[in-house]
Ligand binder design. Structure first.
Ligand SMILES: [Zn+2]
Ligand SMILES: [Zn+2]
Length: 229
């Protein structure tokens, strides 16, 4: 209970210090969804009669992005790095203090600020990671593969944002009751346990990286005992 009070106090100070008076959570969510859909649609419209094997870009880019999600989260999001200190601060020092395994749901729409990537980071992500890697893919494998790659990465990003948003909604809401949501939410809830966050469940979406690298944490059915790391 005492801990809960501390978390609520942190939430109050986060709201006062970081959320501007004119911030609108629904607009933030609308930006994330519409900007991602615009990039996906634009990329798909550039395709010129892709062959069947060029479509294999989609599953390959999906797995690649899953591993980027894994290493990005396990690396700079949970370890302070010289050039990416802001990422660590935003994730470990703020997101993980705002949401704990026993208090996973946000309060109202202004709290979306603590869940979604800020728009400036979405643009940063597009310009500094997706564009250069898509150019490399274009140079190596041609335009169709590059556009399919860009569409898949942004589709994955949108999926990431919406799933993560869903985990931090009330678990009894209609989103929380969608098929598969309870299982994925449980994995992320485990990750929000301060005793586990540095070691387990770094995939926010599908636990492919966690499964490959042995960091998947599942609760035993009948016990709440925690394997601290
Ligand atoms: Zn989270
Ligand atoms: Zn984390």
């Amino acid at each position: 209970m005492k801990n809960n009070k501390k978390l609520q106090e942190y939430r109050q100070s986060y709201r006062a210090d970081f959320i501007g008076r004119h911030y609108n959570g629904w607009l933030h969510l609308a930006f994330t969804v519409s900007a991602s859909l615009a990039v996906i649609a634009y990329s798909l419209l550039q395709l010129k009669e892709p062959t069947w094997y060029q479509w294999l870009t989609v599953p390959l880019a999906f797995v690649y992005t899953n591993l980027m999600e894994y290493w990005g989260h396990r690396g700079p999001m949970h370890n302070r790095r010289k050039w990416l200190g802001g990422v660590y601060q935003r994730h470990t020092l703020r997101h993980h203090r705002f949401f704990r395994h026993d208090v996973m749901a946000y309060g109202d729409s202004r709290d979306f600020h603590a869940v979604l990537f800020p728009p400036v980071l979405v643009v940063f992500f597009l310009l500094l990671t997706v564009v250069p890697s898509a150019l490399l893919v274009y140079w190596l494998l041609g335009a169709n593969v590059a556009w399919l790659y860009a569409a898949t990465v942004f589709g994955y990003f949108l999926n990431y944002e919406l799933l993560h948003f869903g985990y931090h909604m009330d678990k009894d809401s209609w989103v929380g009751r969608l098929p598969g949501m309870a299982t994925l939410r449980r994995l992320h809830t485990r990750h929000h346990d301060p005793r586990l966050m540095q070691c387990y469940n770094f995939n926010i979406t599908y636990p492919i990286g966690d499964w490959l690298f042995g960091t998947l944490y599942r609760t035993d059915r009948n016990t709440e005992s925690v394997r601290a790391c």
